[in-house]
Write a protein that binds this ligand. Structure first.
Ligand code: GAL
Length: 451
């Protein structure tokens, strides 16, 4: 059912009820009540690329199989990373017309709605079994400052992945296992440009501004996890000598990276950047992207380890960058029962094992049925477990994808990297501006990360 129609029905019932009260009728039904609730569900998300759409469809199918009487409407708002969708959600939430449920990144990104008192606590979904199945780092960001749960994670994406076209690397004589430092990576890029069998002038595929900021985060982590930690704790300013020097270094490395990217990056969606590797005549060999990219390779029926490959972004091999998608239950929604059912499916082992193999992410549950996942994800699950268990390996939450730092900080951070990418700002100007952001938003940092 159309969201507008639902509103109209709600308004009509309210008008009828009011009229009945005025007329002195005693048997009015004040809607909606749980008993009178229409069995429908409206789900907002931004998953429109081939892999994304296939994944959410599989999850919805799982829901429909369990709740066949519920009418489900997916409201897809295109725009990778959800930047367009969140504008719409904010408008609806603040107008008092909350969607039944919506996708968002777990942690800071939903805090604006929490602060405004617009989210339901969903403690009942977080059963003892679910708590036992979800890694602590993900469970932790599903809670509000009041200690209650406000989100149900559907996945764990890895951000620090370097994707490559195997044929190009083989033809150029590049062993991907050697690409563990930035100088080695620059040399590989130069060799691909020089390879006469291809006409590749920009070996690294880059997309619009948020994907540039995404790449920058990985570069920053590569420079030092301590510096990344200080960054997401809002502790880097121009007086924090060691970390500030690292921030400058990260900006300089990133600046070198931009010399290898396509000049039309700003107008490219993330999936059209990945398509450069997938094309019959590829125009790029590498991409730094979260593992939602795997959904595109999967849809193209490319084999991991044969047609395409992955390693950690140079310098981040012992790290797992975290991007966690989740669903919410706003207050004052039309279909709370259906939303509870939906969140139950989102949280379930079967739901996650239907969604994640297509999405590229791993399940947010440690009891996933690994046989349902392809080669890339099986390697990601192994890496996640190794990194989780090792005291010298690290998980780090993404800022671009809403978990690491306050949303306002992120909103200002992304265009600064856009300016560095386009060349309108230098590395040192960018570092200065990034360091100033921490002071600007100091009161918004409510969490101290210990990575
Ligand atoms: C991320 C999101 C992923 C994927 C990606 C591209 O922010 O967490 O699930 O959708 O954007 O749209």
């Amino acid at each position: 059912m159309e969201p507008k129609k639902q509103t109209i029905i709600f308004v009509l019932i309210a008008v009828i009820s009011t009229a009945a009260i005025v007329a002195g009728v005693t048997y009015v039904i004040l809607a909606p009540t749980p008993e009178g609730e229409v069995d429908a569900l409206e789900i907002y998300h931004w998953w429109t690329s081939g892999g994304e759409a296939a994944a959410i469809t599989a999850l919805v199918d799982e829901f429909i199989a369990l709740h066949p009487d519920t009418t489900v409407q997916q409201v897809q708002i295109a725009g990778g990373g959800g930047f367009e969708m969140r504008v719409k959600i904010k408008t609806l939430m603040l107008a008092g017309q909350p969607p039944d449920t919506f996708q968002i990144h777990n942690g800071y990104e939903w805090k604006i709605f929490y602060d405004a008192g617009l989210l339901n606590n969903i403690d009942p979904i977080w059963t003892t079994a679910l708590k036992a199945a979800v890694p602590d780092v993900v469970e932790d960001i599903s809670k509000g400052p009041d200690g209650h749960y406000y989100a149900v994670p559907v996945n764990i994406h890895r951000s620090n992945v370097l994707w490559f076209n195997y044929e190009i690397l083989n033809d150029t004589g590049i062993d991907p296992a050697t690409l563990t430092t930035w100088p080695a990576f620059w040399a590989a890029c130069d060799a691909i440009i020089a390879n006469p069998n291809y006409t590749i002038t920009a070996p690294v595929a880059m997309g619009e501004q948020w994907t540039a900021a995404h790449a920058f985060e990985q570069v920053l982590a590569s420079v030092g996890i301590d510096t990344y930690e200080a960054w997401i704790n809002g502790e880097i300013d121009s007086t924090s000598a060691t970390h500030y020097a690292d921030l400058v270094t990260a900006c300089e490395i990133y600046k070198t990276l931009t010399t290898y990217i396509n000049s039309d990056w700003a107008g490219k969606s993330w999936d059209s950047a990945i398509a450069k590797l997938l094309a019959a005549t590829p125009t790029a060999a590498f991409a730094i992207m979260g593992d939602w990219a795997n959904g595109e390779f999967f849809q193209a029926e490319w084999d991991h380890g044969v047609d395409y490959g992955t390693i950690g972004v140079p310098g981040t091999g012992n790290m797992y960058g975290l991007v966690v998608d989740c669903f919410e239950k706003p207050k004052n929604i039309l279909h709370p029962t259906a939303v509870d059912n939906w969140l139950g499916v989102v949280a379930s082992k079967d739901g996650q094992d239907a969604f994640n193999p297509l999405k590229g992410s791993i399940s947010a549950r440690t009891d996933a049925n690994i046989s349902k996942y392809g080669a890339y994800q099986q390697s990601a699950i192994a890496d996640f477990n190794t990194i989780d268990a090792s005291p010298t390996s690290y998980m780090f939450p993404s800022v671009v994808h809403g978990s690491g730092a306050p949303e306002a900080f992120n909103t200002d951070f992304i265009p600064l990297i856009g300016a560095l990418t386009s060349g309108t700002a230098t590395a040192s100007q960018t570092a200065t501006a990034l360091a100033a952001l921490a002071a600007t938003y100091s009161s918004d940092f409510i969490k101290t990360w210990s990575l």
